[in-house]
Structures are given as C-alpha cells and as structure tokens.
Design a protein around this ligand. Structure first.
Ligand code: CA
Length: 363
C-alpha cells in the first residue's frame, strides 16, 4: 500500500496543480481575452525623430507582442491635448497613456525632475541604473501615486547640448537678462545667475527664437536640433549640456487602467518600454555626431565650449538650489537623498573605470 501511494503521489500533485491552473484561467479569462484600444498623448510633434518615436515604437511592439490584443494610437502634441497637458490627461483618465519628460511637471510634482535628470547629475547609463536597480523606480511611483499615474522609463537623449545663442557667453555677466528656453532646475540656475528662463514646448522654439520672443534656447542635441533648423536663426552652439546630462523620458499610464490590465499585458508594456528606453539612447548615440558635423561643416555653426569658470559657477548654483529645494519639501528630499547617494557611489567607480578609460582612449 505504501509503495502504491508513493507511485501515485507525483500524479496526484500533477493533477491538483493542473486543476489549480484551470481554475485561475477560468477566473481571469474575461479580462485576459478582451481587446484594448488605448490612446497615448505626447509632448512632442507627431513622429518627431528620437523622442517622438519612443511612443510610436512602444505602440508597435505592444501590438506585435500581444498579437493584436492591445492597440495604442499615438497623438502628437496639440492633436488631442497641448504638449503640457499630457500629465493631466493621463491623471484624469481622459487618455490611458502619455509620453513626456518628468521635469515639465515641476509645478505639480517638484520631485518629478529627478526622473528626467538634474544639472550635474546622472548620465544616461547611471540614471537607468539608479531607476531600475537603485531604488529610483519605487520613488518615482510614490511621487506619481497621488496623481493616479504609473510611470515607466521610456527613452533617453544622452548628454545634451547647452544650446543656441546669438551672443558669446564669456562670463556669467553674459547670461544676465538673457531670455532662454530652459526647463527644469537648469532654468532655476539660469534665473539665479540673472537670466530669464522660459518653458516652451519644442514645436514652438524655432519661431520663438526667430521672432525674438526668446534670445536663446536649449533643446536636445545635434540630431534633434538640426531637424528644428536652429542653425538658421542662431550663430553659436554651446556645450556641455550641464543642465541635462542624460535626460530620461517617461511613459505615463493611468493607474486605474494599469491595475485593471491582465498581468501578461502589464509585462508586455513594461518590456516594450524597457526595450525602447535603450533603443532611443542608441539612436541618439548613433546619429548625433553626423548631425554635429553637418551643423558645423555645411551650415557654418560656431561650436563653443562654455568657459570652465562659468561651468563651475553654474555647478555651485545648481547644488545650492538642489539643497534648498530638498529642505522645502519632504518628498523632494527623500528622492534627492537617494539620487545624491547613488551619484556619489557611481561617480567614485566611474572615475576609475569609464572616465579614466575614455580619457586614455581619447588623448
Ligand atoms: Ca533639453
């Protein structure tokens, strides 16, 4: 008898686990098989190279991976909501998804800026590591929770350029009174240095610069800036992009809609966004240099490096502002402490690894 029971035991276990799976499937069948047609609004012009292609590629991957069960229609800025209306549209559920940059929402959620990037902060690889493996994503979801939004990283521009100017910047005096489009904490730094920061969507920048509404603008880097034609209305192209060292883009999902999705679609969306997060960075890395050569060699743009003492002054002001902002808001402080500690640790290792290697390779 004992031997018979032993023989039967694996069969009994197998049968009982099968019936459990059948029960689970029966319970969730209705949601699992439902078709989903979602709308995604963005802060970028429709099909804009780089940033604007991130949501398009996520939509395509999700549709393919889900075998057509989920279709996402992507709308450019202004098609359904204005560029800066994306966060509210996802928050209030008028649209299930959005694609944008967290630092646009500093007026609503000041801590959101860390999830795009802050001046003299983390590079693309580093912010990905902090977000995915260093506690960042949990903090980000905490910051967006009150807005009923579930964020996922979805693209990175890499290190940006400081931007387009019609006068040389030789000292901080040269930014006094300068009206420049520069979002996020970079804008706060410019303000404290005597400049006038403006936040405008990308699609409005060329005209604003051409008509003198603004004196200068930053946007992304050569690959994107060339497409907007800033070389036609500005003479100097300044680097480095101290204000945006590796800006991460965001996929925003209405949290009620996210929670109601079957698990396999959540995994598909998360995996598609992760793939696109890297793909967009690869696109910028592959295309920036050729675009920069075209700007300089074909369009005669004057490439300038900010003087070292100006960069050093911007850094002092940046750190002051980050500390002050953290002291004013508990959640900002919580995110700042995590970001700061990660930056210190990763910088220490990168100093002896990547930084010293790149120096050895390039010199
Ligand atoms: Ca920028």
């Amino acid at each position: 008898m004992r031997i018979q029971t032993l023989y039967l035991l694996p069969l009994i276990i197998l049968l009982s686990s099968c019936s459990k799976e059948v029960d689970l499937n029966a319970a969730s069948n209705e949601t699992d098989n439902k078709n989903y047609n979602w709308r995604l609004v963005t802060a970028w012009p429709k099909n804009y190279p780089g940033l604007g292609m991130a949501p398009e590629r996520i939509a395509k991957l999700v549709e393919e991976m889900s075998n057509g069960q989920m279709k996402i229609t992507v709308y450019g800025a202004g098609e359904q909501v204005p560029a800066f209306g994306v966060f509210d549209a996802v928050s209030n559920g008028s649209h299930q998804m959005g694609h944008s940059g967290g630092y646009f929402w500093k007026g609503k959620a000041p801590a959101a800026q860390f999830f795009t990037g802050v001046p003299f902060g983390l590079t693309a690889d580093e912010i990905n590591a902090w977000t995915n493996r260093g506690g960042g994503i949990e903090l980000w979801r905490e910051v967006y929770e009150p807005f009923n939004i579930y964020p996922i990283p979805a693209g990175n521009t890499g290190t940006q350029m400081f931007g387009w100017f019609n006068k040389e910047i030789n000292s901080l005096d040269d930014v006094k009174g300068l009206k420049m489009r520069i979002p996020g904490i970079g804008g706060e730094v410019l303000k404290r240095a005597g400049g006038i920061p403006v936040t405008l969507p990308g699609g409005e920048l060329f005209t604003a610069l051409q008509t003198g509404v603004i004196d200068a603008t930053e946007w992304v880097g050569p690959y994107n800036d060339l497409t907007f034609g800033f070389q036609q209305v500005a003479k100097y192209y300044y680097y480095p992009g101290w204000h945006e060292p590796g800006s991460m883009l965001e996929l925003l999902i209405n949290k009620d809609e996210w929670d109601a999705l079957p698990k396999h679609l959540q995994v598909i969306i998360d995996t598609a966004a992760k793939a696109v997060n890297q793909d967009i960075l690869d696109e910028y890395t592959a295309k920036n240099n050729k675009a920069l050569r075209e700007l300089v060699d074909v369009h005669g743009v004057e490439l300038r490096k900010l003087p070292d003492d100006v960069i050093a002054e911007f850094k002092v002001i940046s750190n002051q502002i980050l500390e002050e902002n953290a002291a004013k808001d508990e959640l900002v402080n919580k995110v700042y402490q995590s970001y700061k500690q990660f930056k210190e640790e990763v910088s220490a290792y990168h100093k002896v690894s990547e930084d010293s290697f790149v120096e050895a390779r390039n010199n």
